[in-house]
Design a protein around this ligand. Structure first.
Ligand SMILES: *Cc1c(COP(=O)(O)O)cnc(C)c1O
Length: 398
């Protein structure tokens, strides 16, 4: 059986204007990293987000931004971080790497993201930070979650990797918390040629540390130099946070990627609107099959980075559905975000226990449909028809 609709590893195709913007930077950028295209991307991104200039930093990927956010939490031994178990692994492990213990929070069964309530259940006297994730492109209840964090004196890091452009009452995903991260990976609604990310830091004092953390501890000398090459061309110093030295890395994003990212910001609202419009069409075309539970959000709160459903009848019917779709229809659906406590990685590190029944139940019966932006209308219609056919067949069989 030929594959008719694949779950692509690539979310979007570039327009000629976007390709031209990248080519222009390839021809003219000097230097090819850490130059004017980076500055322009960061400024345009901050404007798009409606946040202060100087608060957004381009980085090589979302994971690098999470690593720096974890460093800026300045964990002390025993500190805990509350993170949804239902998320991508990069949401979580940077916090272990920088000294925290993880505590898993459950998700809302319909919205499939954490809420203030599920987070509160996971908070202990040792909690230092909370990492809500806007999974699938749906903005979690950030105003409530931030309120809870303020009340309890906790740092809030919003993982908006999948949620660029989504908003609550005109406020953008990734603008609510103390810090936020975005990903421009190949799968995401905006991609800077495969890898890329943005790091948002609200606090001015913390913000000052980011350029050094991002680029090998490089900084200016704090005195006038007579010869520009003495004592060295540039300085390297140790970033210090409240008396704690932080280790730098090289997490920079190249100029060509920045040029492309800045250009793509012009189109992101259109991309999101297209995905949302299609998601709603798909959901409505299947509304006579309540066995498939979608999260229907016809507003900008959801950018439908991914289109997922829960098979209410459970795992067996989900598996039958996936098999039928794949072998008889040539459509490759996938299953995503195994609760992280089930991975060997987290078990071996002592984080194999969670009290997240909603996350477990959702994962065990979820389907993620191919939903790259460039699906043709014919492919999309074929997927709607095929889903209807397969559901009918499975229900008749029962
Ligand atoms: C993609 C993603 C990340 C990591 O981003 P990269 O750019 O791939 O490092 C983190 N969290 C979530 C929820 C993601 O989907």
């Amino acid at each position: 059986m030929d594959l008719k609709v694949n779950f692509s590893g690539r979310a979007i195709h570039f327009t000629d204007d976007e390709i031209a913007a990248a080519v222009e930077a390839m021809r003219n950028a000097d230097p090819l990293a850490q130059g004017k295209y980076q500055t322009a991307f960061e400024e345009k991104f901050a404007s798009y987000q409606g946040v202060e200039q100087g608060s957004c930093f381009a980085v090589m990927n979302g994971c690098a931004a999470l690593e720096m956010s974890a460093q800026l939490c300045n964990f002390k031994p025993g500190d805990e971080v509350v993170i949804p178990s239902h998320t991508f692994t990069a949401s979580a492990y940077p916090f272990i790497k920088h000294g925290a213990r993880l505590v898993w929070a459950d998700i809302d069964p319909l919205a499939r993201v954490v809420t203030a309530e599920t987070i509160e259940k996971a908070i202990t006297s040792k909690t230092r930070a909370v990492v809500p994730v806007d999974l699938y492109g749906y903005v979690a209840d950030m105003p409530d979650i931030v309120d809870l964090c303020r009340q309890k004196g906790l740092i809030c890091v919003e993982d908006a990797a999948q949620a660029i452009g989504a908003e609550i009452d005109g406020r953008k995903a990734g603008s609510f918390a103390d810090m936020a991260i975005f990903s421009f990976h190949s799968h995401k609604n905006l991609t800077t040629m495969g890898e890329g990310g943005m790091f948002y830091v609200a606090d001015e004092k913390l913000r000052k540390l980011v350029p050094m953390l991002r680029h090998n501890g490089h900084c200016a000398f704090d005195f006038e130099r007579k010869d520009y090459w003495k004592p060295a061309m540039g300085n390297v110093d140790l970033p210090m946070l409240d008396g704690t030295p932080l280790m730098p890395s090289n997490y920079c994003l190249g100029e060509v990627e920045c040029a492309l990212g800045a250009k793509m910001l012009d189109r992101i609202d259109e991309i999101n609107a297209r995905k949302r419009e299609r998601a709603i069409r798909f959901i409505d075309a299947l509304s006579d099959f309540p066995e498939l539970e979608f999260h229907r959000v016809p507003t900008r709160r959801h950018n439908y980075h991914l289109l997922v459903a829960r098979m209410a009848a459970g795992e067996k019917m989900r598996d039958d559905f996936m098999r039928e779709m794949f072998h008889n229809k040539g459509i490759r659906c996938v299953v995503q975000y195994i609760p992280l406590d089930r991975y060997d990685f987290y078990r071996k590190l002592g984080f194999g226990k969670a009290n997240c029944p909603n996350a477990d139940a959702f994962f065990d019966s979820m389907v993620s449909f191919p939903f790259q932006h460039w699906l043709s209308e014919a492919e999309f219609d074929y997927m709607v028809e095929s889903t209807r056919d397969v559901m009918k067949k499975l229900l008749d069989r029962k």
